[in-house]
Design a protein around this ligand. Structure first.
Ligand code: TRP
Length: 336
């Protein structure tokens, strides 16, 4: 039996931040040892809100470079760009036609994003989870590692697969494999530096709310210096009234590779004035190799391009037969 398979992706909308790394990519680095891993840049999802066409291609390649700089090994994992495979768009259309409208009307992320877009809500933003279902089901993964916020989209994906199997397959020959979500462990949910109750996010208007993986040491220092804390002396995990304290200690724990107990002991009697330089130093050193490798990978893009070509070909070898299977089940027949 071959390895079990995972699939996941990130939208290439601007630089990736610490939340993307600690909450997603770092786990993929571990999972690639055990699973046949398909990791992609969701550049079709990136245009569901207004985007800058002069940035799209480079941002997409930069995310690939970031994956590799963080430790994803192109010889172990398949790294590819969603738009390089037309199967994603094509399967999404077929799914659009079997997905009830009211399944999408329930999507929490759509409601949140739609509010932010005001008048400018596209059909694409509404249909976004259907494209995500296509991304996933094309590769017949066993597990889909995602953050808590994507759980509803994975549920929808399972519902679409089950419905298609029910309507167009037979019980002993399902058309699509129904995958399981792999929700990342608690503690890996990185919160905003300016509000410990909100997730660290690319779309937060304040730059000070997040640490981008490519931030310079000086910028990291500035952001930590300015980040929100509280007036309590002594630092401890687990107090629900101290969200910032929890978040900063967790960051220190994850970036220094220590256990929670060790960090709790070290920091028990510290004030913020003592802790912040320690966190800054640890973060700068943890991110330094990522920043350096990213610089090398983007100085000459021929290597990156070869990785993405290889990724596209390996992805196509899995995705195209799945698409053909779905089309056949729906009654399409290719010309001989
Ligand atoms: N919607 C995901 C996010 O915003 C990105 C994504 C698109 C994705 N397609 C996917 C994640 C398929 C996992 C599997 O984080």
């Amino acid at each position: 039996m071959g390895k079990r398979r995972i699939l996941s992706g990130i939208q290439p909308t601007g630089a990736l931040h610490l939340g993307n790394y600690l909450g997603a990519i770092r786990n993929w680095v571990r999972l690639q040892e055990e699973y046949d891993s398909f990791l992609f840049m969701a550049d079709l999802h990136a245009i569901t809100v207004p985007h800058d066409p002069t940035r799209l291609a480079e941002d997409t390649q930069n995310v690939a470079a970031t994956y590799i700089a963080c430790g994803i090994d192109p010889d172990k994992a398949t790294i590819f760009v969603q738009s390089h495979l037309s199967a994603h768009s094509e399967l999404a259309w077929l799914f659009n036609c079997i997905t009830p409208l009211n399944w999408l009307e329930r999507m929490i992320q759509f409601k949140e994003k739609a509010v932010k877009q005001g008048e400018n809500v596209s059909i694409g933003l509404f249909a976004y989870p259907v494209l995500q279902a296509a991304d996933i089901l094309l590769y017949e993964p066993d597990l889909v590692p995602v953050g808590e916020d994507q759980k509803q989209h994975i549920e929808l994906t399972r519902d679409i697969a089950t419905r298609l199997n029910f309507q167009y397959g037979s019980e002993d020959a399902p058309v699509l494999k129904v995958p399981e979500p792999l929700i990342q462990a608690a503690g890996a949910r990185v919160m905003s530096l300016t509000d410990g109750t909100k997730k660290m996010s690319k779309s937060d208007p304040s730059e000070l709310s997040r640490i981008d993986l490519l931030d310079s040491p000086e910028l990291i220092q500035k952001k930590i210096k300015r980040c929100k804390t509280d007036p309590v002396r002594g630092l401890a995990f687990g107090d629900p009234d101290r969200p910032e304290c929890n978040n900063l200690l967790t960051l220190y724990m994850l970036l220094s590779g220590q256990t929670q107990e060790a960090v709790a002991t070290t920091c028990a009697d510290m004030g913020w004035g003592q802790f912040k330089p320690l966190l800054t130093e640890t973060m700068v050193e943890a991110l330094r190799p990522i920043r350096d490798t990213f610089g090398e990978l983007t100085a000459d893009r021929t290597y990156l391009e070869s990785v993405l070509k290889q990724g596209r070909d390996k992805a196509a070898a899995i995705a195209n037969p799945t698409l053909a299977k779905v089309k056949a089940a729906l009654g399409y027949s290719p010309l001989p």
